[in-house]
Design a protein around this ligand. Structure first.
Ligand code: AMP
Length: 191
């Protein structure tokens, strides 16, 4: 049983690591980016609303995102734990998450920050853009997403450090190596 948040700059390998940790700990990885992309793909009202922000590299408005996560956390698979990947994305969302969990009488166990320098993640994003062809992986949009990360998301480190929940993990290296660091960080935090 583990309730955890994973955050880090775009291109730091967050999605890959989230899937691996979820499997390892038997909890669902809940990626707000994946949920938005699925809705865009299906042409739902939520997808239509989110698409313009995603394509511009901006955050989807908190009201939309928070409501979506509040609903997702009520699913049966999240009752025993979850790994949130890509949410919260700013301190207001983090406060909203706290209140959702408070309402359910539970709390986060640990918050993992994957760290990576800007040059490295920019290089990774540009190469991923060529391979996957994601609509939000063009160079100007990548630059915008990195700016949004620095301005809005990076402050989560202080937010969670103050709450004694933050563990930072170096995201540079082989995928397996980074997974091992994350698993170790989780084990240490629950020791
Ligand atoms: P990701 O796959 O996590 O990089 O997310 C892709 C895009 O989805 C982001 O650039 C945002 O436009 C949107 N998005 C994902 N998660 C959030 C969130 N927690 N708050 C606002 N927008 C989000």
């Amino acid at each position: 049983m583990m309730r955890t948040v994973l955050f880090g700059p775009p291109g730091a390998g967050k999605g890959t690591q989230a899937a691996r940790l979820a499997e390892r700990f038997g909890i669902p990885a809940i990626s707000t980016g994946d949920i938005f992309r699925a809705n865009v793909g299906q042409g739902t009202a939520l997808g239509l609303e989110a698409k313009e922000y995603m394509d511009a590299g901006l955050l989807v408005p908190d009201s939309v995102t928070n409501a979506m996560v509040r609903d997702r956390l009520t699913w049966a698979d999240a009752a025993e734990g979850f790994l949130l990947d890509g949410y919260p994305r700013n301190p207001d969302q983090a406060r909203e998450l706290e209140s959702m969990l408070d309402d359910a009488g539970v709390s986060l166990d640990v918050v993992l920050e994957i760290t990576a320098d800007v040059d490295e993640v920019t290089r990774r994003l540009l190469s991923r853009a060529e391979i996957e062809g994601r609509a939000d992986d063009t160079e100007p949009v990548i630059r915008r997403r990195l700016e949004v990360y620095a301005e809005s998301t990076a402050p989560l480190a202080d937010f969670y450090r103050e709450r004694g929940l933050l563990v930072q993990v170096d995201g540079i290296g082989e995928i397996d190596e980074v997974t091992s660091r994350l698993v170790e960080a989780i084990s240490d935090s629950s020791a």
